[in-house]
Design a protein around this ligand. Sequence first.
Ligand code: GTP
Ligand code: MG
Length: 294
Amino acid sequence: MTKAGFVSLIGRPNAGKSTLMNSLLGEKIAMVSQKANATRKRSNAIVMHENAQIIFVDTPGLHEKEKMLNQFMLDEALKAMGDCDLIVYLAPVTDSTEHYEKFLQINNGRVKHIIVLSKIDQVSQEKLFKAIGSYNKYADHFEALIPVAIPRKVGHKDLLDIIAKNLPDSPYLYDPEDLTSELVRDIYAGFVREAIFENISDEVPYESDVIIDSIEEEAGIDRIYATIIIEKESQKGIIIGKGGEAVKRIGKSAREKIERLSGKKAYLNLQVTVKKGWTKDKNFLKEIGYDNGK
Ligand SMILES: Nc1nc2c(ncn2[C@@H]2O[C@H](COP(=O)(O)OP(=O)(O)OP(=O)(O)O)[C@@H](O)[C@H]2O)c(=O)[nH]1
Ligand SMILES: [Mg+2]
């Protein structure tokens, strides 16, 4: 008898959702950043654990909506919450339970959940015990609480065991050899975005996006052509940098991430284009894949 199901990773921006998904998969496919609001679209990772196929769904952090793009991001998270077999709610160990209470209100008992207390490597034992204690009063609401330190893979096996236990009996939903059902172009676009988040400060990462125009696969090398979209003409100089040094750094970093995943040499060509006000342009957002049906 096998088990299979969808497990949505839900939590505040920067809680560690994408990092946890990559770590459980053992491959980097989702972009991660020190800056909040990195993930914009749902993505998934297919993790086999004993007789269970766990399909993790990474989501944008639950946050206050502002721009239309943020509204899309919030809708993505809410959709993933309603449409899964189990929720893993990530709470950084330093967070108060206030955020968790908000999550309980939104979920309203609809989908059962496990709490993952993340980033426990950043606090003392004493603080960890205190944080665990602060969730005691909600014990009727969650299936389990698992403390996790992703860099040391602490808590990973416990988490996979308890998830598998909570999944429905089902045949496998994907080929067990598959890592994800995402398109390669979406994963690569995430890597370029991650490189922008790493190399460029202030608002530019939030006002830019990346489209993979084409991927040409040759025997020893993949050639990838991508466009970075920015909101304002004035951001062009920032993204490109003096003598092109910023865009070169972005390209090098993204190319290395691509090569690590593909195990193959890559050539990455980056173009920069200005699309005024794109984060508020409903039609354009739809065109580049941010379609929440509204
Ligand atoms: N020390 C430590 N850092 C962590 C851990 N988990 C995540 N991080 C770091 O926390 C930051 C945010 O991680 P992400 O995985 O991008 O967070 P997220 O929840 O996906 O954030 P959004 O996509 O913005 O919603 C990154 O700098 C990670 O390296 C952990 O267990 N320990
Ligand atoms: Mg993320």
